[in-house]
Design a protein around this ligand. Structure first.
Ligand SMILES: [Zn+2]
Ligand SMILES: [Zn+2]
Length: 445
């Protein structure tokens, strides 16, 4: 069935990342301009890309080459993973991103396997072409895409991440991307002007449907993590599997600050794998990561890890096979003196999730790197969020009182007692139109 778009000027159409976390990509038609927000992939091998065909089947687009622009909120692969493919099909369509996002996404896409993304069926030259088509955006500095004024505002989350504000003469749309409403060690909180007229708010809802962590608890969780690390280091070593971008640097800063404050005795922290280059990019943008204690792992470190006494920080965060963290985990799992501490998102199907499920069952075997290893090490999880929670989203709605709110980038199917959609409906339902985005279903703005 074809969707008649001729009679309507403003449409939001999620083709991925609507009611899921992964493959974020949202088509936005504002008057006669056609914009794509983000171009991400899913973490699973199958159906990794957003479903752009929906747009062709409904005669909204004949091809991605009809777009006016592609705007990228931040570098994480669930927002940029299919950019080379999209850019190839979009021909000369300009791409816009911050300089840090561009640096980080080039690193990530060149090393997608290490960061747990399976679909890398593009050639390196496609990535280079996509990079060549990217215009660098400075936060707070408006620019024009034909009749639309666009401004990027820092959104916290990770280095370079931004919320995107689009203004036509009749409609103002704010897309938050992934955001934090609290300061992290490596990225300050979402930074929007107080007086912004927002008609449509498209907001992430990662923790909109789970009780996982309240940002107010993150400080406490950091302290608990440090205390646990200090305890393990009395006799063993700690592996922290972490996403190469964002989480690795945040943990490195948490450890550096703990050593400075005296809550952690000075110890060796080795950053390994892709996190090294990602940390170099953070340093390029003025965020110090390395110091006398926090160092790049030497090239032959893997051979000598048994005699190492300290902390290893490396990706993948989910212990995907053949990554640095999986290799170190294989060596450390059977050591009862050592520990593996997870601090981030674990995909349902990931080895990290399976191992985490064994944490109460020491002595069980865990299959990793083609071997069965006896689990004797301490396995624990710490919730250091890089996303806002329900309260943060509701504060944002309260502050800008948009006419419409659309929730994306969440797990509405998991909604139990925490349910941002119903909570928002209850609080603002009489004043605001509230939508839960669903892949493939358009919302008229
Ligand atoms: Zn992200
Ligand atoms: Zn995301």
């Amino acid at each position: 069935m074809s969707f008649n778009t001729h009679s309507m000027t403003n449409i939001f159409w999620p083709v991925g990342g609507g009611d899921e976390i992964g493959a974020s990509s949202y088509f936005l038609q504002l008057e006669d301009q056609k914009i794509l927000l983000d171009a991400g992939v899913r973490f699973q091998d199958e159906l990794a890309y957003p479903e752009y065909e929906i747009l062709y089947q409904n005669n909204v687009l004949d091809g991605l080459w009809e777009l006016s622009a592609i705007l990228l909120s931040h570098a994480h692969l669930d927002h940029t993973g299919c950019l080379p493919w999209v850019a190839q099909h979009a021909g000369g369509v300009p791409i816009y991103a911050t300089a840090a996002t561009l640096d980080l996404l080039s690193l990530l896409l060149n090393n997608a396997r290490e960061e747990s993304i399976a679909c890398t069926d593009y050639k390196k030259d496609l990535l280079e072409q996509a990079i060549a088509k990217t215009n660098i955006v400075k936060p707070f500095e408006p620019f024009w895409i034909n009749d639309i004024q666009v401004t990027f505002f820092p959104s916290g989350h990770i280095l370079g991440a931004c919320a995107i504000f689009l203004e036509t003469k009749d409609l103002h749309v704010l897309f938050t991307g992934d955001f934090t409403n609290f300061d992290q060690c490596t990225a300050l909180a979402l930074d929007l002007p107080d007086h912004l007229q927002v008609d449509v708010l498209i907001t992430e809802s990662t923790y909109g449907y789970s009780n996982r962590v309240a940002p107010s608890q993150v400080d406490t969780e950091r302290l608990v993590l440090v205390r646990n690390i200090a305890h393990v280091l009395e006799h063993g070593k700690v592996l922290i599997p972490a996403f190469a971008i964002g989480r690795s640097q945040e943990i490195a800063r948490v450890l550096a600050e703990a050593m400075l404050a005296g809550s952690l005795s000075p110890c060796s922290v080795y950053v390994a794998g892709l996190a090294i280059q990602a940390s170099d990019i953070y340093e390029k943008y003025g965020i110090p990561i390395f110091n006398e204690h926090i160092q790049r792992a030497p090239p032959d470190f893997y051979q000598h890890v048994e005699s190492f006494h300290g902390i290893i920080l490396c990706s993948s965060g989910m212990l995907k096979e053949n990554t640095f963290s999986a290799k170190y985990a294989q060596k450390m799992l059977s050591d009862p003196q050592s520990a593996i501490f997870f601090t981030g998102y674990l995909d349902e199907e990931s080895p990290g999730k399976r191992l985490n499920a064994l944490k109460e069952h020491q002595g069980k075997k865990f299959y990793i790197q083609n071997t069965d290893v006896l689990v004797q090490a301490n396995i624990s999880t710490f919730q250091l969020s890089a996303h806002t929670d329900c309260q943060g989203i509701r504060r944002l709605i309260q502050k800008y009182k948009p006419k419409k709110v659309i929730f994306v980038h969440g797990f509405p199917k998991n909604g139990g007692r925490t349910n941002i959609f119903y909570q928002t409906l209850e609080e603002f339902g009489s004043e605001i139109d509230i939508y839960q985005a669903c892949n493939g279903n358009p919302i008229v703005l």
